[in-house]
Design a protein around this ligand. Structure first.
Ligand code: 8DG
Ligand code: MN
Ligand code: MN
Length: 371
């Protein structure tokens, strides 16, 4: 059967290439196979097939049990010819020639390794690969390569931030930021979002939304939180992006478009979280802290519901919801707003339920948005 390495520390099957980890062999599921194909297309910037395989992986994820027979596979929606062929091959022979070829492809492995660094996207990874670089040490030793601040921090904290964040760690991070917020103003509100809000046990980061009681009052909130974290000596990295939000602008067609609300990408030092000695840290290092990636976004209060819905994910769920709004309802939805193209007006919402109501959908609980 088809096999692949799984990192048993961070539970990530495909996203954790720290080479020093003892690998665990697992069966490669159909879903993993599709994710490999999707990622390979992403590396080649072929969005269409990439999304087709992502969607197929999501369809499988949403099923109550694994697909084990061709018959069960036949009735599944959203699967194209290519997807079906791969599926058939795996169900018939337990392996996929195409997937195996990708997994053993040197370019795929290198891009996978490089993009696992915080701040390194497919374009940068491709550039480094084209220059003949194949490992972190080669990248770090190359004098002509200038790493930006984010990438420098990405390499510096690589072991920690490629290790999964637990629910307890997410809660601890939430408490630290909540305390900072309450010291700044009593009427601001902090909300956990992202994968943890969907009930996931582990995540790659902690996603939080912070809002003030009234629109406009959130303006200095993020900078003040950042100052507070800095004073506490726990801010290891911070990239702050000021708001570029414009109330008159229509919601974006493109899902991948960046968020316009004020936000920051952080790496925080979380005390009391032990690091497994000898695995992710240098030998003999028994520090009692770890680095954690945190995303913080700060929308004005009257746009909170859209931000909550948009940042709760999953990415595939967001894509599907926006697509549904556009094609079935002639409405444009993004992290900021909902626009009705027929009425030519913005629709307001104070809760996620309001947004589902506008879309004529029953409320979907966060833990049902994992596909
Ligand atoms: P994970 O961290 O457990 O791996 O999963 P996740 O929580 O679902 O993924 P995520 O990468 O943290 O993204 C959470 C949601 O945030 C996702 O639905 C997309 C959304 N998001 C935006 N804008 C931005 C942005 O500018 N940067 C990032 N990193 N995420 C964004 O809507
Ligand atoms: Mn997340
Ligand atoms: Mn995030």
């Amino acid at each position: 059967a088809l096999q692949f390495f799984m990192c048993h520390i961070c539970c990530s099957r495909l996203r954790c290439p720290p080479l020093r980890l003892p690998p665990v062999f697992v069966l490669l599921s159909l879903q993993d196979a599709f994710e490999v194909l999707a990622e390979n297309y992403e590396f080649s910037e072929m969005e269409g097939p990439c999304l087709a395989f992502r969607r197929a992986a999501s369809v499988l994820k949403s099923l109550p049990s694994a697909v084990e027979s061709l018959r069960a596979a036949q009735d599944l929606p959203c699967l194209g010819e290519h997807t079906k062929a791969v599926m058939e091959e795996i169900l018939r022979c337990g392996r996929s020639f195409e997937v195996e070829k990708i997994l053993s492809d040197e370019r795929f492995q290198t891009l996978k390794l490089f993009t696992s660094v915080f701040g390194v996207g497919p374009k940068t990874a491709e550039k480094w690969h084209r220059r003949g670089l194949r490992s972190f040490s080669e990248v770090l030793a190359e004098p002509s390569i200038h790493l930006n601040r984010m990438q420098q921090s990405g390499f510096l904290h690589y072991g920690d931030i490629s290790r999964a964040v637990s629910k307890a760690e997410a809660r601890a991070v939430g408490n630290i930021i909540d305390e900072a917020v309450r010291a700044i103003t009593p009427d601001a509100m902090l909300t956990l979002t992202g994968g943890f809000r969907r009930g996931k046990e582990f995540g790659h980061d902690v996603d939080l939304i912070v809002t003030a009681a009234e629109p406009g009052r959130e303006q200095n909130l993020l900078s003040e939180i950042i100052d507070s974290l800095k004073k506490q000596g726990i801010l290891l990295f911070c990239e702050y992006q000021a708001s570029t939000f414009d109330t008159t602008k229509l919601p974006s067609h493109r899902f991948e478009a960046m968020d316009h609300f004020a936000k920051c990408f952080l790496i925080l030092r979380l005390e009391g979280s032990r690091v497994d000695e000898g695995l992710h840290s240098a030998e003999g290092d028994s520090r009692n802290w770890r680095a954690v990636r945190v995303d913080l976004v700060s929308p004005p209060a009257d746009h909170f519901a859209f931000t909550l819905l948009g940042w709760t994910g999953s990415r595939q769920f967001e894509r599907d919801l926006r697509r549904f709004a556009r094609l079935e309802r002639r409405m444009l939805l993004d992290n900021h707003a909902l626009f009705d193209k027929t009425k030519k007006e913005f629709l307001t919402a104070t809760t996620e339920k309001d947004i589902f109501d506008h879309l004529g959908l029953e409320y979907i609980e966060p833990w049902q948005r994992n596909a």
